[in-house]
Design a protein. Structure first.
Length: 608
């Protein structure tokens, strides 16, 4: 496997893998093409290295320990005394370093009281949290970087690598060590501080578990995104609403994220998530630019125009249910594909005027991009093909305009007296509406059906008239936000979150809608429970908040309001064809749905 595949399978960065190579912990094969290639066994090796680093062991010690882990159990027992001697030495070293670190921090705390010694007079005094963070960033510069022939070494080097690579609670990581070794590690020395950035699982294998973990770390905490990019994750509902209405928070990476380097730096060129920042549409715009772009789109999603779509949505739903009934004779049907996905994609395609021949491939490309765990090169390839299809669509609509939204946007773009829409803004706006117009609703329908079938008591409340389908929709949006984590926003100025935490100017922010939806401060201690009669079921931000509130929210709600009752009325004995806990989530920490939703329509039982 190549370096990109190994980094994805082990949740590490390319930089970390190269660091292991410098230490002799990995020995990749090298080909004339210049690609690094690794054996399958290196997956386990990297996972072991990450756990050992997290435990505080030095790279020299890890080099001694790895061969022992690879031994047969009988040989491990023979060399156990040597290993114990090494670990005892490590305990002593770690204890000494931690004592030194404590003394150093105490000294720094005293220095903070006289900040003029360390700061230029024109800058206001920094609080302890910001000061410590600046020290950590300075210390991180001592980390070895690829290409540095003589990297600086320091007493905290292994600690800092550990901080960057921390991904899972240590108890969960321990099993990869095998045998009895995990019981020998000085786990009490591991870096578990909440100040360590938590590395998000890009595959979204446990979105709600991860959201709970982030919530425990505080209203705003630093996390590491794929590629080693450290940002702030906001989990508290009150803070989220405050930030989403704060003019000091922007969505324009070009203007307010220095790391983006105006779209000309390494992140823009080589980061797998660059597409989320590169778009130039209303969702990534700020201030007057956002208002100009949103005004163009909002006209198509007024309450009146949305309700006018009801007859067409009902007709599409009925046709899809007919097809589902035909396919479900004696076998399960994937409801994610056949209804949750099919309905909104057809609705938004008709609204925009996307022909079938373009729609199917565009959906495939966007789906690959949304759930991609691939390299930056692969992600860039998806983006390029998606843009090619959108350019083709716009070319078609320019020559064959119709009564659809893409034609209306082209008219605004080409009208000199119009909104001044640039060609890139035109393409990116169509991409935004097509993507958000189906992905959000698909996840809403998917999660609503899954949750109802997993909670028959709640379904019975709806059938008996004690709760409404609107209640189901709102409680689903609260419990399972369609977008679990949404990148990216940026601090235009320093933003004080609390007495302890300040988000510095230029730092990036993601909003954890998944964490907010289960905020116990809003929804009580049973916030993880699905309850369609919950008093706070409408108190969620599943569709966003503030100036960036989803313009398509009324359409998504209407589609769910039509499709859900129609589905359960047509198939009253509907049931999951697999146990709920066996259904795999989408491979994404952003989009919150299932890879499949197999159901049994109950047709045989109905006839009997």
């Amino acid at each position: 496997m190549r370096i990109g595949e190994l980094s994805r399978r082990t949740d590490t960065t390319h930089r970390a893998l190269r660091y292991y190579e410098e230490q002799g912990l990995l020995r990749p094969l090298r080909r004339p093409s210049g690609y690094r290639e690794y054996a399958e066994a290196d997956v386990l090796t990297v996972r072991r290295i990450r756990v050992l680093l997290a435990a505080g062991l030095s790279t020299a010690t890890i080099s001694d320990v790895l061969p022992w882990l690879a031994m047969e159990r009988v040989n491990q027992a023979e060399h156990r005394p040597e290993l114990l001697a090494i670990l005892d030495g490590e305990r002593t070293r770690i204890s000494s370093e931690m004592s030194e670190l404590g003394s150093a921090l105490a000294m720094l705390d005293s220095v903070i009281e006289t900040p003029h010694r360390l700061q230029s007079p024109e800058r206001p005094p920094a609080g302890p949290t910001r000061f410590r963070r600046s020290l950590e960033r300075t210390a991180e510069s001592s980390l070895p970087r690829p290409g540095n022939s003589r990297p600086r070494r320091g007493a905290y080097e292994e600690r800092l690598v550990s901080r960057q690579l921390q991904v899972r609670p240590y108890a969960e990581q321990a099993p990869v060590l095998s045998g009895e070794f995990s019981s020998l590690i000085p786990w009490e020395s591991a870096m578990t501080s909440k100040s360590c950035p938590y590395a998000m699982d890009p595959a979204g294998r446990d979105i709600q578990g991860e959201a709970a973990l982030l919530r425990e770390r505080g209203p705003a905490t630093q996390v590491e995104l794929p590629g080693g990019v450290v940002v702030w994750a906001v989990t508290d509902t009150a803070l989220t609403k405050r930030l989403l209405t704060d003019p000091r928070v922007s969505r324009d990476a070009y203007r307010h994220w220095p790391a983006w380097e105006n779209g000309e730096g390494e992140l823009a060129k080589n980061w797998s998530m660059a597409m989320w920042m590169a778009d130039r549409n209303m969702i990534t715009a700020y201030g007057d630019e956002h208002r100009r772009l949103r005004k163009l789109v909002a006209k198509a999603f007024t309450a009146r125009r949305t309700q006018a779509l009801r007859p067409r949505i009902e007709a599409i739903t009925a046709a899809l249910l007919d097809e589902i009934e035909t396919k479900g004779q004696g076998q399960p049907v994937d409801l994610r594909v056949e209804l949750a996905y099919a309905l909104p994609t057809q609705v938004i395609s008709e609204l925009l005027g996307v022909p079938d021949r373009i729609r199917d491939e565009l959906l495939a490309v966007i789906g690959a991009w949304m759930t991609s765990q691939d390299s930056a090169e692969d992600t860039a390839r998806y983006a390029m093909r998606g843009y090619e299809l959108l350019v083709e669509l716009i070319a078609v609509k320019r020559t064959e305009p119709a009564d659809d939204l893409v034609s209306a946007l082209i008219s605004a773009r080409d009208d000199e007296a119009g909104a001044g829409l640039s060609e890139q803004e035109l393409v990116d706006t169509v991409l935004l509406m097509f993507t958000a117009g189906h992905e959000t609703t698909a996840n809403l329908l998917d999660q609503a059906v899954h949750t109802l079938l997993s909670h028959p008591d709640q379904l019975e409340l709806v059938r008996s008239g004690k709760a409404s389908w609107e209640d189901v929709i709102e409680e689903t949006l609260r419990l399972e936000a369609p977008f679990a984590n949404l990148p990216m926003r940026y601090a235009v100025e320093d933003i004080e979150v609390s007495d302890e935490v300040t988000i510095p100017k230029g730092d990036a922010i993601i909003i954890s809608f998944a964490a907010s939806g289960r905020d116990p401060l809003v929804h009580g201690e049973d916030a993880d429970r699905f309850d369609v009669t919950r008093a706070t079921r409408r108190d969620h931000i599943g569709f966003g908040h503030g100036v960036h509130f989803c313009v398509g929210a009324p359409l998504a709600r209407l589609e769910a309001e039509i499709a859900l009752p129609a589905l359960f009325e047509r198939f009253p004995r509907l049931s999951l064809a697999k146990p709920a806990d066996e259904l795999l989530p989408l491979e994404s920490f952003i989009s919150n749905g299932h890879q499949e939703l197999p159901v049994d329509l109950g047709l045989t039982a109905a006839r009997a």
